[in-house]
Design a protein around this ligand. Structure first.
Ligand code: GLY
Ligand code: MN
Ligand code: MN
Length: 460
């Protein structure tokens, strides 16, 4: 880890821990975690610090912990052993890091158990660290999605802070957005020369890496857009294909962007592709138009369902009123996921906490086909960052499912649907900040209208 020259988060970190102190009256210890080995100990996966740690400590320090109490921060970490400099160079020392992040005191790790009495924590997504948490606190640690006692109290307090973003977080999130927009443009430009999906992926990730950022999740760059989280890149690009690219940058301090565009490999949408693209875009635009503080995100999801259902009725693919089709979950045959999620330090922000962050306290996941994958079910407030990502997919596992098919036999014009065989998957996703007045789209600089996208690919 290195300390960025322009690191200026210390005042924000202080404000965050002071806010936490107003919500809870017990000490808190948050661990950063450690890197995992791939095939032998010295060959590790890239380290990613726990997001709850990052929120209060600011820097991705490996094998560290912070103790927060009454607005004060104590940093616990060991300086790198002397022989590590041979392989990894000189690392910043504990006291230097403590000064930069505005810690009130700093200690070696051996001191942590003596400061651990009655402290709350959140389980890190790493078994070795969870064991360490349990040992230091001398009690069992429950998974982050089902905390108990003071850990639950702490979890709720941290959620209430992380749900909305302060200026320091927004500065990072905007940077991630800027780099992500350029990555998508690079992917569009690379499409006409790339032979396989990996060629487009490399152009996109290359831009992100060139800005000294990483990806906030495994890139989805595929001509098989119906596979929602496709992680294969070997398919050849054919002129009639649609390329679906869901790629987002993550800043060095861990803040994420999450953007999807879908474009024609040839540079020109076919009439059928264009028809469906415009429906998805209409849903995207209508949802963003409705977002403001106080609006229920569940209603935003249902609005997207309604617009997609109506669009498919207008094309003759569905039969009936849009209201009835959504009530029957028929839209979910083609739009099976939720309209989006929280975005912040995690691409699905705080999803380590299960639905504790995404759902209001009195709401639970629906068992309905058309609502079960909704990740965010809350009233919106200013400072929240959410994605809006409607889509249309022809997923064989859904459309060929005998139960679903017979249930909706008469509500779908299956013959008409066959004419849209060249539309495997379309998604359009932007990162939308809820403001006092309405919204600010952090990724608005990336065009999404069909003609603009065609222009970027360079066929016109
Ligand atoms: N990139 C994953 C998602 O859009 O939720
Ligand atoms: Mn998303
Ligand atoms: Mn995405």
């Amino acid at each position: 880890m290195h300390i960025p020259k322009d690191f200026s988060m210390a005042p924000a970190l202080r404000r965050r821990r002071q806010q936490l102190a107003k919500l809870i009256d017990f000490p808190v210890i948050l661990w950063s975690g450690r890197s995992c080995s791939r095939n032998f100990p010295a060959n590790t996966y890239p380290f990613r610090a726990s997001s709850h740690f990052l929120y209060f400590a600011g820097l991705p320090i490996e094998n560290a912990a912070i103790r927060l109490e009454a607005g004060k921060l104590e940093l616990f970490m060991d300086d790198a052993p002397t022989d590590s400099a041979l392989w990894h160079g000189e690392m910043p020392k504990r006291d230097e890091i403590a000064a930069v992040i505005g810690a009130d005191a700093a200690f070696p790790m051996t001191e942590l158990p003596s400061r651990a009495n009655d402290a709350g924590t959140i389980a890190v997504q790493n078994m070795a660290t969870q064991q360490q948490q349990s040992q230091v606190l001398n009690r069992p640690i429950f998974p982050a999605n089902s905390p108990e006692g003071i850990d639950l109290e702490l979890t709720k307090a941290i959620i209430s802070l992380r749900l909305t973003h302060d200026d320091a977080a927004l500065a990072e999130l905007r940077q991630a957005g800027v780099v992500t927009v350029e990555a998508h443009k690079a992917g569009m430009r690379a499409t006409q020369t790339a032979k396989i999906e990996a060629g487009v992926r490399s152009a996109m990730e290359s831009h992100i890496i060139s800005q000294n950022m990483g990806c906030s999740y495994s890139s989805i760059v595929t001509v098989c857009g119906e596979v929602l989280h496709n992680d294969q890149y070997h398919h050849p690009l054919q002129p009639g294909d649609l390329m679906l690219a869901d790629v987002g940058a993550e800043t060095t301090l861990g803040w994420a962007a999450d953007v999807t565009r879908t474009w024609p490999v040839s540079g020109k949408f076919s009439p059928t592709q264009r028809d469906i693209y415009d429906i998805v875009l209409a849903a995207h635009d209508a949802c963003i138009e409705k977002i403001r503080p106080g609006v229920d995100y569940r209603h935003i999801h249902l609005l997207a369902c309604q617009i997609i259902a109506q669009g498919l009725v207008d094309l003759g693919i569905l039969r009936g009123s849009a209201e009835y089709l959504v009530e029957m979950d028929v839209h979910a045959l083609f739009f099976p996921h939720g309209i989006g999620h929280l975005l912040g330090l995690d691409v699905h922000d705080m999803e380590d906490l299960g639905d504790l962050a995404g759902y209001e306290e009195d709401r639970v996941r629906s068992h309905r086909f058309g609502l079960g994958y909704l990740r965010l079910n809350r009233l919106l407030s200013a400072g929240m960052l959410v994605t809006i990502e409607p889509g249309f997919y022809q997923v064989p596992a859904i459309l060929n499912d005998p139960t679903l098919r017979s249930k909706h036999q008469n509500l779908v014009n299956w013959d008409k649907l066959e004419k849209f065989a060249d539309v495997r998957g379309i998604r359009i996703e932007d990162d939308v900040l809820v403001t006092q007045k309405g919204t600010e789209i952090l990724t608005a600089a990336l065009p999404n209208k069909a003609e603009e996208v065609e222009d970027l690919i360079g066929a016109n």
